[in-house]
Design a protein around this ligand. Structure first.
Ligand code: AMP
Ligand code: ZN
Ligand code: FE
Ligand code: FE
Length: 281
């Protein structure tokens, strides 16, 4: 089983990178990608946990914004982690998340919600990319909501009055950096309409010109209709099709390997990296 999209405590997942790999082994995953938001901090620890039954794909899920302000997540897989341009892009993104989080907290405070930036930091594992799920956890700790999901429904969705975006590369720029650092670019859950506004079908050809390699089709936030349309787009543009869990530990309902990628699709994708970077023991 191939699962190409998972998170750890290096962003908003609840399993450590070590625990993530152990969970994948227990689930029967044979190819696992670690894709924390805007970070490669979990790579080294994840490598220490691999066994002969599993191979590891090192990656990151890069937060992007289109020129029209639409949020897009770009999975970068198999890039050179030492690449300066890549690490600069990731650290710029993490940096802008701090004033963004401050603004979200201030908007809530102005509305009488008893939450502080310190509460959010207390809910954020050391070194993790700070995001809305940590704000959600802080709201849970304060007894304001019962769980992460309720926090998102009531207060944190993209349409909420407390939602603030942060500066981020465009999808085209992110693809450029992923490819320049030798990796492959797969657009994550592009039609997940329940999360907010999504890019149009016409946008994909521009992404292909930029170097896009694949589309995440099988993902729980995309309904069957959305998956069908994406499959047609992928076939038309000769892009690899991936399926994945977007596992976040107990931070989300998504179960490890609830969606998987077909081996032939993974093979086609992996062949487009500029070096063989899958990690095995
Ligand atoms: P951010 O990157 O700070 O804008 O936060 C976005 C993250 O919030 C995404 O990676 C999602 O995994 C997570 N998220 C979105 N909706 C929910 C939800 N209902 N419950 C838990 N996490 C969510
Ligand atoms: Zn996440
Ligand atoms: Fe995502
Ligand atoms: Fe994700």
């Amino acid at each position: 089983m191939i699962d190409l999209h998972t998170h750890t405590t290096c962003s908003d997942g609840t399993d450590s990178p070590f625990a993530l790999v152990k969970k994948a082994l227990a689930t029967g995953v044979t190819t696992l990608a670690i894709t924390d938001h805007d970070s490669t901090a979990g790579w080294q620890e994840a490598i220490t946990a691999i066994q002969p039954q599993i191979e590891l794909v090192l990656g990151a899920e890069i937060s992007c914004l289109t020129d029209d302000g639409i949020s897009v997540h770009m999975l970068g897989l198999l890039f050179d982690g030492e690449n300066k341009q890549m690490q600069q892009m990731l650290s710029d993104s993490r940096d802008t998340r701090i004033p963004r989080m401050r603004k979200m907290v201030e908007l809530m405070q102005a509305d009488g919600i008893a939450i502080t930036l310190e509460d959010v930091y207390a809910a954020t594992p050391a070194g993790a990319t700070v995001g809305r799920p940590h704000l959600a956890d802080a709201l849970v700790a304060r007894g304001i909501v019962k769980h992460r999901d309720e926090a998102f429904v009531e207060l944190l969705s993209n349409g909420s009055k407390y939602y603030v975006t942060h500066a981020a590369p465009t999808p085209v720029d992110a693809i450029g950096v992923i490819r320049a650092s030798g990796g492959v670019a797969v657009i994550a859950h592009p039609f997940a309409s329940r999360r907010g506004e999504t890019i149009s079908a016409a946008t994909f050809s521009d992404l292909v010109i930029a170097g896009l390699n694949g589309i995440e089709v099988q993902h729980r936030d995309q309904n069957m209709e959305e998956q069908k349309t994406l499959t047609s787009i992928a076939q038309e543009l000769n892009l690899a099709i991936t399926g994945s869990s977007d596992y976040h530990g107990t931070g989300k309902l998504n179960a490890m390997a609830e969606n998987t990628t077909h081996p032939a699709q993974w093979e086609a994708l992996e062949a487009q990296a500029n070096a063989r970077r899958v990690v095995r023991v």
